[in-house]
Structure formats: structure tokens, C-alpha cells
Design a protein around this ligand. Structure first.
Ligand code: PLP
Length: 392
């Protein structure tokens, strides 16, 4: 099938929820994708921060294939080894005490929300269910995580949304304080707002907020779906901020391309959700867990994280020198850049034509290359971007 045939069939059969680029990806290796016509693209997207080890990493693919040949699924009524192995490894590498496995970022956040409400009502009474999130955040596409998302643009069409969410201004402690009362059980935030434009929170704000939460026994829930699993040069982004959240959620990079989400909590919260209170048919699937073990074993190595930081510095340095880019922000290999000419959407469309896959986030260009991208591939992608911006 050529691209045009694929596009026609897609239009016929798939709900038109995605605006797609005219590329049908057929295969990939490392940070290089190949389309159905045999054309190659440098990948600065990792899916959307998912393929942490690039396309079809050999060690990861072997781990996944081996598990698929051994046991692909059984219900959560039974124990399975990959799930236990991944949970144990997450504990060791993060210091969090217990985990619930889901299938996506939104589901991991749903678990965090349920856990916070259960803790609030168990401890303080039925009124304590309110959750503060930040303006311009993104927490997922379920009806509840859309409600948690602090952007009006996501609050259309699907009423009634789940109640109990209020939105405070990022980097404004007074705004958070004004939202807090005896009904508040948690604050949910991203340390770097990814979909919102790659906007890191200020360290001072995060630290003061964490102290305030601690003082009032309000849980700090960190949505690390995009920032976690080595993306920012630490295993999880909270490590940059010198705070200890009560709960973190992970997904995107966790499975290296397979669907898995995780909600991790502190020791004190480990027993809040009891038997029958939450669950998932696919959550903790053995194949996904085997993939995640392979990713976590690699990205948690100090040398690997050091490489991510160094490549992040290199990428940032090169971006800052490109004519047509006005400002670069972010951490590690999660960077955003504001174009000074043309729109991010136009630039990305041109880059795709020239063989570079790139993302936008609001008005910014967004860079989420595979964490193990080679310098050579980084350089080639940057050369394409430089050339595109020259002609804008
Ligand atoms: C992508 C993302 C989500 C949603 O993850 P899904 O796997 O699409 O449900 C939630 N929060 C953040 C910060 C994200 O970047």
C-alpha cells in the first residue's frame, strides 16, 4: 500500500481524532524511522516521549519477545514474575514503597486521584476530596483527567466532567494557598509542563509548595508521565527539585513503546487502596512489564543518566545558536524552543518534509529524542532544523 491508499483507508475506517503528518512509518532502528516508501527520518519525538531506547532496541526487543513466547497474559487473580520483578526494581531505584500498574498515563493519574481521595476521606472525613492542579497542565484524556487538566480548551463537549478540581497559577504560591482549604486532599502537578509548552516550574515554588503540603497533610502528587524514566537526566524529575512527592505517576517512557502506566506511593500510603478498590484487566501485563524492566535497568544506570544530561546540554547549546530560535528551556532531553519566525506548526511540517520528526507543544518546538540517540543522529537532525529555519 502506498501513502495515498493508506490515507484513504484511514479516513474510511478510523475516527478522525488525529491530525496526522503525511508519513506512514513502517520500521525503525535507533533514532531513525523508515516510511513505507523507504524514506528515512531522524526521530526527535520518541513517539511522544515513549520510545526511551529508540526504535526496536535489540536488548529490549529480545526481553519482550522472550516474554511473549513464555506467558503473554494472565489475569491479576494470579501472580506473575515480570510484574513482581518490575515492582521490586521500581522500589529499589526510586525508594517509593508500593506500585499499582495501569496501561497509560491517564490511568496512572486516575489511580493517584483515587488514592488521594481515599486517603483524604479515610483520614479527615467525607468532605476531603478536593484536588488542586495547575493552570496549563495536562493530565490525560479520560473524563476525570480532563477535569484535572487546567486548560479550558480541554473542558468542552463531554459534560458533566468530574467535579472537585480547582486550578492554581503555576509558580504562584499565593494562588495555591487561595485554593487550599480543609476539603483539599492533594495537589497534582507536572514539574515540567510538557503539553503546555515545555515549561519547568520554579525550584523555589516547588519547594515552598511541598513544605506547605507537608504542613497541612495535603498529598503532593507528581505527574511524571512525560518527565520520568530518565527523560530529564534524572530517573524522575522530582530529584532536580529537592522535594519528595507522596505519589508519582509514570507511563510514556516506562514500557519503551509498550503500553504501561504505574502509580507509585510512599510507605505511609501503601495500604490506602485495599482489595477490590481498584484494578485493571491488562495492568501489569507480563510482556509490558518485561519491556519496562529492560528499560528501567538501562535508564537507571548513573552513566546512562549522565549521557542524557550531556546530550541535553549539547542539544540545548546547538539550539541556542540557531538563527530563528528565540529561547530554549527544559531539562535533559526534554526541551522546548520558541521560534522567532514562522509558527512551530509550520516549522515542524517543513522538518518532516526534510526528514526530521519533531513535535510542537503549544507555540513551541518540542524535542523528545530517544534517550540513547547517537551524537551523529542528533547532529543530523539539528542540521535539518537549521536548514529549515534558514528558509523560514
Ligand atoms: C501524555 C501525558 C499524560 C497522558 O498519558 P496517556 O498515556 O496518553 O494516557 C498524562 N500526563 C502527562 C504529563 C502526559 O505528558
Amino acid at each position: 500500500m502506498n501513502l495515498q491508499e493508506i490515507q484513504e483507508r484511514e479516513q474510511e475506517a478510523i475516527m478522525p481524532t488525529y491530525g496526522r503528518f503525511p508519513v506512514a512509518v513502517a520500521s525503525g532502528k535507533g533514532a531513525t524511522a523508515t516510511d513505507v516508501q523507504g524514506r528515512e527520518y531522524i526521530d526527535f519525538t520518541s513517539g511522544i516521549g515513549v520510545n526511551a531506547l529508540g526504535f526496536c532496541d535489540a536488548v529490549w526487543a529480545d526481553a519482550v519477545a522472550k516474554q511473549a513466547h513464555t506467558l503473554q497474559h494472565t489475569s491479576n487473580l494470579y501472580y506473575t514474575l515480570p510484574q513482581i520483578h518490575l515492582a521490586q526494581l521500581l522500589r529499589e531505584k526510586t525508594g517509593f514503597d508500593k506500585v499499582f500498574f495501569a496501561n497509560s498515563g491517564a490511568e496512572a493519574n486516575e489511580c493517584a486521584i483515587k488514592l488521594a481521595r481515599k486517603y483524604g476521606t479515610d483520614t479527615y472525613g467525607e468532605h476531603r476530596t478536593k484536588i488542586i492542579t495547575l493552570v496549563n497542565s495536562f493530565h490525560g484524556r479520560t473524563v476525570t483527567t480532563l477535569a484535572a487538566t487546567g486548560q479550558d480548551g480541554f473542558h468542552h463537549y463531554f459534560h458533566p466532567f468530574t467535579g472537585g478540581f480547582v486550578y492554581a497559577q503555576a509558580n504562584n504560591l499565593d494562588s495555591v494557598r487561595a485554593c487550599m482549604d480543609d476539603n483539599t486532599c492533594a495537589v497534582l502537578l507536572e514539574f515540567i509542563q510538557g503539553e503546555g509548552g515545555v515549561l519547568p516550574l520554579e525550584r523555589g515554588f516547588v519547594q515552598e509548595l511541598a513544605a506547605l503540603c507537608r504542613e497541612k497533610d495535603i498529598l503532593l502528587l507528581a505527574d511524571e508521565v512525560q518527565t520520568g524514566m530518565g527523560r530529564t537526566g534524572k530517573l524522575f524529575c522530582y530529584e532536580h527539585f529537592g522535594v519528595q512527592p507522596d505519589v508519582i505517576t509514570s507511563a510514556k517512557g516506562l514500557g519503551g513503546g509498550l503500553p504501561i502506566g504505574a502509580c507509585l506511593c510512599s510507605e505511609a500510603l501503601g495500604g490506602v487502596l485495599g482489595k477490590g478498590m481498584h484494578g485493571s484487566t491488562f495492568g501489569g501485563n507480563p510482556v509490558c512489564c518485561a519491556g519496562a524492566v529492560s528499560v528501567l535497568e538501562r535508564v537507571s544506570q548513573p552513566e546512562f543518566l549522565e549521557e542524557v544530561r550531556q546530550k541535553g546540554d549539547y542539544l540545548r547549546g546547538r539550539l541556542e545558536q540557531i538563527d530563528g530560535i528565540a529561547g530554549v528551556r527544559g531539562m535533559g532531553l526534554m526541551l522546548g524552543a520558541s521560534p522567532s519566525r514562522s509558527t512551530a506548526g509550520e516549522i515542524v511540517a517543513r522538518c518532516v518534509e526534510q526528514g526530521l520528526l519533531l513535535l510542537t507543544a503549544k507555540d513551541a518546538l518540542r524535542f523528545l529524542p530517544p534517550l540513547n540517540i547517537s551524537r551523529e543522529e542528533l547532529g543530523r537532525g539539528l542540521d535539518i532544523l537549521t536548514q529549515v529555519l534558514k528558509n523560514c
